[in-house]
Design a protein around this ligand. Structure first.
Ligand code: CA
Length: 231
């Protein structure tokens, strides 16, 4: 949905009134347009009628599971979903099921933290239509829609973060992606000085996609700046 003032539209699916009210007020103050749904039935209507830019989705809802709805949303559209779970045990479910959620938060959360994650997700390059659904580099094919990476048709097993990081590089093939951009997109709030996590992920990606990880031909380091994925 295009708001006349260009604001981004957030579909908040949440049955707990206190959370729904706080989010409606808080996110509006942050400059978003909020569509509120208390059930999956309401959420389905709003999703098709309003095409939100992002869905904020509670796991336990009166008429079903947010996990199933997340699958529906990601199968039908490119709208990113952030899952909101009440217990950390639910997080394991959300992560384990590979349901296509862009991120997750656990209740109770602070609005500032949530908004930071939302902005990071909204900034992520969304895979666009048709020919951009897949990118090739060397003998590797990355399919953004099916979320697969294959070498001559054989699957390469990547973690969610590894896939997202590689997708960020692949969406800017041949261009330098700064360390700051990587951290912003994947590790919201992590300080630029603390980049070991990023380096660890790049190292693991090289082990999986490079013939010679010590001498990368595709995922190259641009010293002091960031990384570049070369075809
Ligand atoms: Ca709930």
């Amino acid at each position: 949905m295009v708001d006349p003032e260009g604001r981004q539209v957030i579909l908040v699916v949440e049955d707990e009134e206190s959370y729904q009210d706080a989010l409606s007020v808080g996110l509006t103050v942050e400059g978003f347009v909020v569509l509120a749904a208390k059930t999956l039935a309401e959420a389905r209507l709003l999703l098709t009628s309003s095409h939100p830019d992002l869905v904020l989705l509670d796991v336990m809802l009166p008429d079903g599971s947010g996990v199933d709805f997340c699958r529906e949303v990601t199968a039908q559209s490119r709208t990113p979903v952030i899952m909101v779970s009440a217990r950390s045990s639910e997080v394991d479910v959300v992560l384990g099921l590979e349901i296509g959620a862009a991120d997750y938060v656990t209740k109770p959360y602070r609005l500032r933290e949530l908004v930071a994650r939302m902005r990071a997700v909204l900034r992520r390059p969304a895979p666009s239509n048709s020919e951009d659904d897949a990118v090739n580099f060397g003998d590797i094919t990355m399919d953004f829609v099916r979320r697969t990476v294959t070498r001559r048709g054989v699957d390469i097993d990547l973690s969610r973060k590894e896939f997202d990081l590689l997708a960020l590089f692949a969406s800017r093939l041949g261009q330098v992606v700064t360390r700051e951009t990587c951290l912003d997109a994947l590790w919201w709030g992590l300080q630029l000085s603390d980049t070991r996590t990023l380096d660890t992920h790049v190292k693991r990606l090289r082990q999986k996609i490079e013939q010679d990880p010590a001498n990368p031909r595709h995922l190259v380091t641009i010293r002091g700046v960031g990384f570049r994925l070369d075809a």
